[in-house]
Every structure is written in structure tokens, then in C-alpha cells.
Design a protein around this ligand. Structure first.
Ligand code: NAI
Length: 308
């Protein structure tokens, strides 16, 4: 395995906002960004695991930890679901430090239930905090990053959205929506030096402590995920990448398009499609389209080819 100089990836003179950074993964992200030179806004509403209650103290205690280690940080108790409070948080960072280079959208909570038992309120609360929370924060920094010609944004997605998890239809839907948001913002941000990526973590936090065995939780330290986030927000980091990270392993997930099967316009199209199911499901030759148009281009090319 390649080795490297210990802390060559640094964030000196950069300002980072990490939402939901009062505990768990966000705390680890904030501490590591600060340790590598970033000035950090430690945001946390300080809610319970299901999103109820609120207190500034978790964010303040992480700020104290950063300061004790010689770093710079300020606390914010803005709820990511409140666009006005989010804007004020960003204004606070601008007043204090004059720029925002990095946004890590990490805040959120769970309301797990099977779809049959889930209320619409439980569904909306999860979409609101994970999807709209990230939208509010991203919207509040977007023009600043465009003006600076520099920005790094991470959306915290989840294997629940990418692959599905029983009892998490609300959470999975919200987390996959963040992938869609990232796919387009990465394209729109490219010209302005803004790179947008997704992080799909696995970590032992209060969110997962009841879902996994203690011996597995011991391997899943939040600190093992944070290097993935640092890689994504670094100056030479990628864009439009879904990085999966947990227990020291890093992998990439992609939304792919298979080569497909041309059936054409005919009355028995559905029967022919069924007869060609094996080819439809065949994943060899799969690609990762760089834009949505590539699907249409592939379809039009095949149709034109068949008509020749
Ligand atoms: P956590 O519960 O320790 O951290 C989430 C933080 O967000 C909490 O400190 C909470 O107070 C804060 N928060 C909740 N609502 C907020 C709001 N409206 N405004 C501001 N802050 C708010 O959980 P964990 O595990 O550290 O989760 C961090 C992120 O990683 C979440 O987006 C989660 O969905 C995601 N994730 C975690 C996984 C894991 O294995 N722990 C797996 C996949 C995704």
C-alpha cells in the first residue's frame, strides 16, 4: 500500500461548516478539519436521536475541544431545517472569517418504521432534515463559493438510500435524493471551482448503536470515516463521486447504465422484452453516464442503428 507524508493534506486559511457536528461523525469531521488547519463552524441543534428537543451544548463542547487543541471554531445552533437560521449561520462565518470553502452536510436523525406503519409526518420530517436541510445549507453558501471560484460540498448519503434498508423508506428516499442533488450540482459547480460529492458512511454512533453487534461497532469508529470526507473536500479532491467509508475501507458506488437491448416500436414489444430479459439484466458493458442526456443519446443511437 502507498504511504504518504503524515499530514500533507491541509486546510489552512480555509473555512468549513460541518452540520450536526455536536457528536458522532460530524464531531469527528469538525475535529479533523480543525486539526488540519481549517476554521470550523460547528453546527448542531442538539436534538435527540428522533429529532426532538434542542440544546447548543454539544456544538459548544466540540468548539471547546477544538480550541483546547489550538484550533479555531465557532458554535452554531441553527436548525438546518430553518433557512433563515442557516443563512444567519453562514453570515456569522462570513463576518468572522470572510469566506466559506467547505460545507459538510451531515445533520440528521431517524424515524424508522415499516412503510405500512409510517405516518406522513415521519416521512416529511426525515425528508425535511436530510434533503431540505442540505438544500438550505448548500443554497446559503452557493453564491459565496461561486464568487470565490472555490468550494467543496459533501452530502452525507447512506447505504439505505443506495441499496435499501428495511424500515427506512423515509430515510432511504431522502438520502438517495441527496445523490440526485449532488449529480446536478457537481455539473453546475464545475465552471466555478465547486466540487460536490457524496459520502456514504458506516459508523458506530448513537444512530446505529442499537442496530449492530458490539464487536462490529468497535470496528466502526467515526474516525475511520473522516479521512474519506477529508479526501472529498481537499483541494485536489474529486467531484461527482459517491464514496462509501467504514471501518477503514473506502469504496466507490456508482449509478450505472447497462448496454441494454433494442426492441423497437412493435405490438409485441413487451413479449420481446420478456424474452430478452437475460440481456436486459446483463451488466457487462455497463457505464457510468456523466450526464442524464447520455441515456437518451444511447437510446436514439440504437434506434437509428436499427433503422439503417
Ligand atoms: P448522530 O445522531 O450522532 O449525529 C447527527 C447530529 O445531527 C446530531 O448531533 C443531531 O443533534 C444533529 N441534528 C439533527 N437534526 C438537526 C438539525 N435540524 N439541525 C442541526 N443539527 C441537527 O448520527 P451520526 O451517525 O453521526 O450521523 C451523521 C450523518 O451520517 C447523518 O446524516 C446520518 O444519516 C449519516 N449516516 C450515518 C450512518 C452511520 O452508520 N452512523 C450511516 C449512514 C449515514
Amino acid at each position: 500500500m502507498a504511504t504518504s507524508s503524515h499530514t500533507s493534506i491541509r486546510f489552512d486559511d480555509q473555512v468549513a461548516i460541518v452540520t450536526g457536528a455536536g457528536g458522532g461523525l460530524g464531531r469527528s469531521h469538525a475535529l479533523q478539519l480543525a486539526a488540519r488547519g481549517a476554521k470550523v463552524v460547528v453546527n448542531d441543534l442538539g436534538v435527540a436521536r428522533d429529532g426532538t428537543g434542542n440544546t447548543l451544548s454539544p456544538a459548544e463542547s466540540v468548539v471547546e475541544e477544538i480550541k483546547a487543541a489550538g484550533g479555531q471554531a465557532i458554535a452554531s445552533a441553527a436548525s438546518v431545517t430553518d433557512p433563515a437560521a442557516v443563512e444567519e449561520m453562514v453570515n456569522q462565518a462570513m463576518r468572522q472569517w470572510g469566506r466559506v470553502d467547505i460545507l459538510v452536510n451531515n445533520a440528521g436523525f431517524l424515524r424508522d418504521k415499516t412503510f405500512s406503519k409510517m405516518t406522513l409526518d415521519d416521512f416529511r420530517a426525515i425528508v425535511d432534515v436530510h434533503l431540505m436541510g442540505a438544500v438550505h445549507c448548500t443554497k446559503a453558501v452557493w453564491e459565496i463559493m461561486r464568487q470565490q471560484n472555490y468550494g467543496r460540498i459533501v452530502m452525507t448519503t447512506s447505504s439505505s438510500g443506495l441499496f435499501g434498508n428495511f424500515g427506512q423508506s423515509n430515510y432511504g428516499a431522502a438520502k438517495m435524493a441527496l445523490v440526485g442533488l449532488m449529480q446536478t450540482l457537481a455539473l453546475e459547480g464545475q465552471k466555478y471551482g465547486i466540487r460536490v460529492n457524496c459520502l456514504a458512511p458506516t459508523a458506530a454512533t448513537r444512530m446505529t448503536e442499537e442496530l449492530m453487534r458490539p464487536e462490529d461497532l468497535a470496528l466502526l469508529k467515526p474516525e475511520c470515516v473522516t479521512p474519506g470526507m477529508l479526501y472529498l473536500v481537499s483541494r485536489d479532491g474529486p467531484t461527482k463521486t459517491i464514496l462509501c467509508a467504514g471501518a477503514g475501507t473506502f469504496s466507490r458506488s456508482s449509478v450505472t447504465l447497462s448496454d441494454g437491448v433494442y426492441i423497437g416500436e412493435r405490438p409485441d414489444a413487451v413479449e420481446l422484452l420478456k424474452a430478452n430479459e437475460a440481456r436486459l439484466q446483463d451488466r457487462s458493458g455497463e457505464t457510468v453516464p456523466t450526464t442524464g442526456f447520455q441515456q437518451s443519446i444511447m437510446e436514439i443511437t440504437k434506434a437509428r442503428g436499427a433503422k439503417k
